[in-house]
Ligand binder design. Structure first.
Ligand code: HEC
Ligand code: HEC
Length: 509
């Protein structure tokens, strides 16, 4: 069971299922997109320089590369597009109805990927006919490559929200906040791994020309090897730095031994890539490609395993059943989280960023929790030096929590619950009992069947028990009146109505 207000309606039992499905899908899909990006970029660059410098071997590698990575046209479309809807579905399930993304935000990357595939297949078929491309065809290839980069970048932005579920309310009110640091580092890591993987594939399948060809050209082979190793090496150098960046930018709840272990494995694998490429003997018959490719594939797995652990930690941390601590404490704790995920984008306590320093502005709300809450809920213009604070679309309990946190932090005192001009408990009920059981015979000011209560209640002078016992068991008091009958009320009704009379009648309490 998830606590109310959690974005997670999935139980902790079904949740990992969706997560594993998502990771498994990504495990196939991301490397494929990566190879398409890395391979077509490399092919385009080689083609460009090949034409500029009239270099035959560049043109030849450019053509072989695009043919290798796309395998064939059908595969490009099937593998490049089919897994996408599944990923969208799984993400929406994990965010379970809380997702702020309209269908358009999924349609956009999908459209980019689709047009990328179309343009790349145009480029591929043009290269097949003639390595010396027309400018138009070359541009189509470049546009296709860019479209796939853009599509996968958008996909990473959407995936990035999985790491920051606390940010969802903020994204809902302001889509710009989808640009999280985590999704950026994730994307660059993905690009680095992609180029590494492409390097591996170049070494694996192109160093030796396809069997059946007569005389392999040793010069060309050497050239291909140097291109492949350069790609793999550059990537092996970039990956460790990006892994460390990604770790630093994770939310605290996401970190765990599992995540650190995955990061350590990635670093070791990158080191191995470096060694394999660097120490690889100049032996023409041996190929480093298989080893390099496997190492990069393992890096992908390790990065995804780390990500799975992060998302799992972040979400299960929210649904973990724990004994609820004292209410005030939880609110302040929760307020800190809301502050860090939502407000800190624009506010610090000491200094001005987008919004004013909170130490200055919050103190005027001291002792007025409700007013602070209503400002956060519906900000109005206060100071013309600042832009208007946007409405953040937070839930009421999040606003309550962050307001308490701010007041506690700035004024040093926990705001107390102030009773709303509170009638003491029971009085409400006492009035109800009075209205139904007593008004037939009693008024406060005047005589009806019984005496005016303003006259008789003060006799009891704050002795509620005495009054209760009279109501419970009336005795004859005044010969000018008939006897009051026994009313058969329940004990708590007697208690309530007695207290009501005491409070109502001056001098009664
Ligand atoms: C997108 C930027 C942005 C975010 C996010 C943001 N604020 Fe603000 N906030 C502002 C700006 C700008 C002002 C100054 C508005 C003005 O003076 O009219 C402001 C003013 C305030 C004030 C002072 C109001 C006053 O009476 O002077 C408080 C309190 C405040 N914000 C609280 C919060 C809290 C709490 C959050 C998080 C739940 C938050 N803000 C998130 C931009 C932001
Ligand atoms: C059927 C009419 C009737 C109802 C109903 C009735 N009373 Fe009375 N009440 C009387 C009469 C008659 C007296 C005067 C009795 C006497 O002086 O002996 C009286 C007297 C009292 C007195 C004064 C006792 C004293 O010490 O002088 C109190 C107090 C009182 N009623 C409270 C209540 C409350 C409270 C209720 C409703 C829960 C209630 N009565 C319902 C008829 C009624």
């Amino acid at each position: 069971m998830s606590p109310p207000g959690s974005p997670l309606d999935l139980s902790p039992e079904t949740f990992p299922l969706f997560l594993y499905c998502l990771m498994a899908t990504l495990l196939v899909y991301l490397p494929f997109l990566g190879i398409v990006i890395g391979g077509s970029t490399a092919s385009l660059v080689l083609n460009f320089f090949g034409r500029e410098n009239r270099e035959e071997r560049s043109l030849r590698l450019s053509k072989e590369l695009i043919e290798t990575i796309t395998v064939n046209e059908k595969l490009l479309f099937v593998a490049g597009l089919l897994p996408f809807p599944l990923i969208a579905y799984l993400c929406e399930r994990i965010l379970s109805g809380q997702s702020p993304f309209p269908w358009l935000s999924w349609a956009l990357p999908f459209g980019a990927l689709l047009s990328g595939c179309v343009l790349l297949s145009l480029y591929r078929s043009a290269l097949r006919q003639k390595a010396d491309l027309s400018v138009l065809r070359f541009r189509a290839g470049t546009a296709g490559d860019l479209a796939i980069v853009v599509g996968s970048f958008l996909l990473f932005l959407l995936l990035g929200t999985l790491f920051n579920p606390d940010k969802l309310p903020l994204i809902r009110s302001n889509p710009v906040f989808i640009l999280s640091w985590k999704s950026l580092t994730g994307f660059f890591l993905f690009l680095a791994l992609s180029f590494g993987l492409t390097g591996g594939i170049v070494l694996l399948s192109l160093v030796r020309p396809p069997t059946g060809k007569a005389e392999p050209d040793p010069d060309y082979r050497k050239y291909v090897r140097s291109v492949g190793s350069a790609l793999a090496l550059a990537s092996a150098l970039a990956v460790p730095a990006l892994v460390v960046l990604a770790l630093i930018s994770l939310p605290d709840t996401g970190l765990s031994a599992e995540v650190f272990a995955a990061a350590a494995i990635v670093l070791l694998l990158a080191l191995s890539v470096f060694l394999v490429c660097y120490l690889f003997p100049e032996d023409q018959t041996a190929r480093p490609g298989a080893r390099v490719s496997i190492l990069f594939a393992l890096m992908f797995v390790a990065v995804l395993a780390g990500d799975r652990a992060v998302v799992g930690n972040v979400f299960l941390g929210r649904v973990a059943p724990g004994k609820p601590p004292a209410a005030a404490e939880t609110a302040v704790e929760k307020g800190r989280t809301v502050f860090q995920t939502v407000c800190r984008a624009c506010h610090l306590f000491e200094s001005r960023i987008v919004g004013p320093p909170l130490n200055e502005v919050v103190s005027k709300y001291q002792g007025n929790l409700e007013k602070l809450k209503s400002y956060i809920k519906d900000p109005a213009r206060v100071n013309p030096d600042y832009p208007l604070m946007p409405q953040l679309g937070l839930k009421d309990e999040e606003i309550d929590a962050v307001a308490r946190y701010l007041l506690t932090k700035v004024t040093g005192r926990t705001p107390r619950e102030e009773p709303v001009a509170a009638a003491p408990p029971g009085v409400e009920k006492g009035k109800a009992v009075f209205d139904t059981a007593c008004t037939a015979c009693h008024r406060f000011e005047s005589r009806v069947v019984g005496p005016p209560l303003n006259l008789v209640v003060p006799k009891y002078r704050g002795d509620v028990e005495e009054l209760k016992s009279f109501i419970r068991n009336p005795v004859k008091v005044d010969p000018g009146y008939p006897s009051m009958p026994k009313l058969g009320l329940r004990e708590e009704e007697i208690d309530a109505v007695a207290h009501y009379l005491m409070a109502k009648v001056k001098g009664g309490g």
